[in-house]
Ligand binder design. Sequence first.
Ligand SMILES: [Zn+2]
Length: 245
Amino acid sequence: MTEFRYEHMYPDEFAAAVEKLPVFIVPTGLLEWHGDHLPLGLDTLKVYGICLEVARKLGGGIVLPPNYYGTPGFSTYLGTLTYSEQTLRPLFLELFGQLKKAGAKVIALITGHYGKTQVDFIHAVGAEFAAANPGVHIIARPEYEGVTVNGESPSDHAGKWETSMFLALHPDKVRWGSYRQRITDMKTYPDAPLDYHKETADWTFREDLRKTSSAELGRQAVEAISDAFAADIRNALTGRGFSSP
Ligand SMILES: [Zn+2]
């Protein structure tokens, strides 16, 4: 089985992978509260699964280890850790620079953590690097951008879509026994750097996720999202004179 995971490769495998397809796929997310039924690392675990699927579809590319450093975020909710753009901007710009050093012609930065703050940041940091490095094609966006499933954008926070995608990727990790549709006793942190969503101790899911979520729906979303990224990466390679598999 082909190895796509950067950290598992030996130097000769890494060199061969870059030679075959100079594509680096960067999964990024956050540690963030996602209801009682989902783990805190959901955004990153989800996007990591999607990134590996993109590489499988391409038949190549190198997937970086997933990272959990992102902007707010339900910052005041139990278990959420967020970072400022001042911290993250140099981190990502230097990462892109290092990937360019390692031979990247295409870099796909995919965020599994959403919200305007994060999405604006991901767009901006991608555009900033692209402007200064015309030799590298950057794709930087959230999973769901430009994707629809059954006419809907497959995006929410811990709702039907994230729960379904997690059911597809990690079926044993959705803890239905702990699910509450309405949560009135949320533990919140008073000293969060930014109360981005004007968070309160009261949270209600719009629908009963036990009825609306399914592994099948999640599989459709993972397929549509990974198809979209694989297509854009292939187009970027073709535009730069590389033949993609
Ligand atoms: Zn999420």
